[in-house]
Design a protein around this ligand. Structure first.
Ligand code: IMP
Ligand code: MG
Length: 434
């Protein structure tokens, strides 16, 4: 048995969905512990594409218990839509459980997210405009409304009234925007509460029971290391903890219970939203990777910014989260680009000419670094990779690429993605023990 955390080691959208889905085949419990409707996980299974936002990808396996922990900020309208979408695809939802401790996203959070982004103008963060930041702000300001409140009308209505009054003042006086009435929010939200009530459970007990009884438990990360509120490229970050520690806080398990942390590293780098990006490609090379990798946001549809693989960044993620294994998807995407030479960033040159492996604190410093690249020549190949079973069966260039990642980070690449389907992966180690 094992307890495994899967997290993004870059700026999100590393392809975590695919590996979570692969590992979920062996997991008995899958937990989502951070973030909210900002996340977008694309999974291909049985020739069908599934786009998930708040529900753990493990839901695609009948019988797998899927938990949404209290660290998540829950948008009930969007969650119910997602549930409908999955039901429409024949997915059984009877094993979904939601923590009553999760904070709830309200329409005023979404309006405030938009208003604040628009106010910032050129300095905007580039958020997903899902109300994530304002919902976490309320949580930490200790005025948030949790699912447990929503389920109890007598608790909920006064709390909502207080929040509507406060938020209306903010919307009006700071942003010059219209506010909300209590009724227009309370009506639909009380209905959402009834629809969600059957799914609410004590997820802390469920996940700890599962671990105590030797079950395989998988924590499904959202976003990525560089979007972490503390370790990411602040302020161009999300408002939660995509690092491995976020999983234990957001689900309510102790750090001693985690056996493995799998960091997902896409074979190149992408990001949505603003902020410095040292290896960004603004040319035709970036364009071809974006097209072959279908690099458009799952949640917002925005074209993602593309760059070469940055191992300085990945090494930082490995340290902060104690990553034990790397998973590398999209090797096939790079192959399809037909690029003859690949570049990988192995250091940052500072303005004084010295080269470092340390990721800087602060955006000013990050904007001033110049990436130092190692070039992998004659990397390309033409044959399809999707049938390979072992690393040794991949073209020599791909093997060199994997070795470079391992040598630099000191962490083994234990899983490789060589196509979008579930089966198109190479395992070099089992994540859930023998
Ligand atoms: P927020 O999470 O909507 O507040 O957005 C803050 C930053 O995180 C923005 O740069 C978003 O584009 C980014 N972000 C949030 N969720 C995701 C995700 O799931 N994948 C990639 N980027 C994300
Ligand atoms: Mg995504």
């Amino acid at each position: 048995m094992s307890v495994v955390v899967v997290m993004g080691a870059q700026w999100g959208d590393e392809g975590k969905g695919k590996f979570v889905d692969l590992l979920a085949a062996q997991a008995e419990v899958v937990v989502r512990a951070t973030g909210g409707a900002n996340a977008g996980h694309t999974v291909w299974a049985n020739g069908q594409q599934y786009k998930l936002h708040q529900i753990p990808s493990g839901i695609l396996y009948p019988g797998t218990l899927c938990l949404i922990g209290h660290g998540v900020v829950l948008d009930p309208a969007k969650l119910l839509q997602e549930m409908e979408y999955l039901r429409g695809k024949g997915v059984d939802l009877s094993n979904l459980r939601i923590s009553a401790g999760a904070h709830v996203v309200f329409p005023y959070h979404i309006r405030l997210d938009e208003a604040e982004e628009d106010r910032k103008g050129a300095n905007k963060i580039g958020t997903t405009r899902r109300g994530i930041g304002p919902a976490y702000m309320d949580k930490f300001a200790r005025v948030g409304i949790r699912l447990i409140d929503l389920l109890d009308k007598d608790e909920f209505l006064p709390k909502l009234a207080a929040q509507v009054e406060a938020k209306n003042q903010l919307l009006d006086r700071v942003y010059g925007m219209p506010g909300f009435t209590v009724e227009e929010i309370a009506g639909p939200y009380l209905e959402y509460a009834e629809q969600l009530r059957p799914f609410v459970a004590n997820t802390v007990e469920l996940v700890n029971d599962a671990i105590d009884t030797g079950k395989n438990v998988l924590f499904e990360g959202a976003q990525g290391h560089l979007l972490d509120i503390d370790f990411g490229t602040y302020p161009y970050v999300t408002a939660s903890h995509p690092i491995a520690a976020g999983a234990i806080i957001g689900a309510g398990v102790g750090p001693t219970r985690i056996n493995k942390v799998v960091g997902v590293v896409k074979a190149y780098t992408s990001r949505v939203g603003e902020g410095p990006f040292p290896t960004e490609l603004m040319d035709a090379t970036g364009e071809v990777i974006r097209e072959k990798g279908h690099e458009y946001g799952t949640t917002t549809g925005r074209p993602r910014r593309i760059g070469w693989l940055d191992l300085v960044m990945v090494r930082f993620a490995c340290r902060v989260s104690g990553i034990t294994d790397l998973a590398v998807p999209h090797l096939d995407t790079l192959a399809k680009t037909g690029l003859k030479t690949l570049k990988v960033c192995v250091g940052y040159r500072l303005p004084d000419g010295t080269v470092t492996k340390e990721f800087p604190v602060g955006l000013k410093a990050l904007a001033q670094v110049t990436p130092v690249y190692e070039e992998l020549e004659n990397w390309a190949w033409s044959e399809s990779l999707s049938k390979a079973q072992k690393l040794e069966e991949l073209p020599e260039g791909a093997q060199r690429y994997v070795k470079l990642i391992e040598d630099y980070t000191g962490v083994p690449v234990s899983i490789l993605g060589i196509g979008s389907e579930r089966t198109e992966a190479i395992y070099r180690d089992t994540m859930f023990g023998a």
